[in-house]
Design a protein around this ligand. Sequence first.
Ligand code: GDP
Ligand code: IMO
Ligand code: MG
Length: 423
Amino acid sequence: MNTLALVGAQWGDEGKGKIIDILAEKADMVVRAQGGNNAGHTVVTGGVTYKLHLVPSGILYPDTVCVIGNGTVVDPAVLLEELDDLSAKGIDCSRLKIDARAHVILPYHIVLDELSEDARGKADIGTTKKGIGPCYMDKAERIGIRMCDLIRPDVFREKLRRNVEIKNALITKMYGGTPVVYEEIAGKYAAYAERLAPYVCDTSVLVYEAILADKHVLFEGAQGALLDLDVGTYPYVTSSHPVSGGFCVGAGIGPTLIKDCLGIAKAYTTRVGKGPFPTELDNEIGERIRSVGAEYGATTGRPRRCGWLDAVILRFAVRVNGLTGIAMNKLDTLSGLDTVKICVAYNKNGVLIRDFPSDISELAECEPVYIELPGWQGDISGARSFDELPETARQYLRTVEKEIGCKIAMVGVGPDRDQNFDL
Ligand code: GDP
Ligand code: IMO
Ligand code: MG
């Protein structure tokens, strides 16, 4: 079996897009199985930067089949715009397949995402306001509209009419918002359906057959373990399952079909949106990491909160995903610091904690316990092997491995496809 799952090991934006793109060179198929256009995956190659939100990061290779699986939520307008942009850059998107069961994001989901966030006031989650949560809510409530409904005009109009009625009651009576207009949505989405219909099929069958034929299949995670609806920092999470188990449900395959699982991490920690973040650096070093690492969201442009690497988080990611290796990106961003810190445990009111707390109230009480190591100087973005790194950078990586109990398999020293090497 030739399958590999790639997951975010922190709070998202770990550089998954770059690693998928690198590994996709040898892949036959790349599969997205959860989330939607809340994701922003950056691929830099030959001086061109691609920001992919829904289309799997394998699309840049001419023969890779790209799958948007049943566990994803699809905003047709965003997807079509992304396909148009890629086509304008000369990329053939006919290899894209969208599962018939994937749920469709509708304008009322976006309106409700905004209204519910506003209504939460200071207790807001800091969502991307792309309608992700409300769309998954409809899925769980069993009133969602799926791709298979979208491409059947009669079914779509009937389901849409019923939902618009329910959602407008909520929008106007609960939030005092402006109702959405059924005819407007029906017209727009009919046009989207016509364009998207050729891509829609049962991707569970495609993925299964590819695996049986011993094709190389990559599963592309979106978000990260701490944003998982179940095991993440609830309620400051997304509404899907970014952990490796999410691939089974979201791609319609069984767990015995995933051979290895690579966790993607940064050499430090970032987060967009609200919620506790023990190693956050609300100081000059945090600012420096943000500016050197260009830590601004690929989807919303929001500044990312930055902090030291947290080994407690990475141990959690190793556990909940069953990681068989880690790809550590952005080692270059830490260059030039006199010393670097790694959080190895938390101190909660005098008690040492090594496992990530399940309750965020407890997390909020945790103080990081750091080890401090010497930093490294100079530009390391040209390094192409472990041996080319300064001794202190090597020491940093070895210490991380020891602390998290998982092998670092790849290191990233820059955003480009080429600025990466195996360990
Ligand atoms: P994703 O959502 O996990 O795919 O990550 P994003 O694309 O949202 O954010 C990662 C950012 O880091 C992007 O701007 C990448 O181009 C950039 N990046 C990835 N790996 C490296 C690296 O090793 N070094 C540097 N300097 N930038 C990197
Ligand atoms: P990629 O795939 C970082 C965060 C949002 C917010 C929370 C809920 O690029 O790593 P949502 O709109 O999903 O309901 O927002 O999740 N979030 C991400 N943070 N990277 C992402 O994706 C994210 N997708 C969602 O900022 O805190
Ligand atoms: Mg991102």
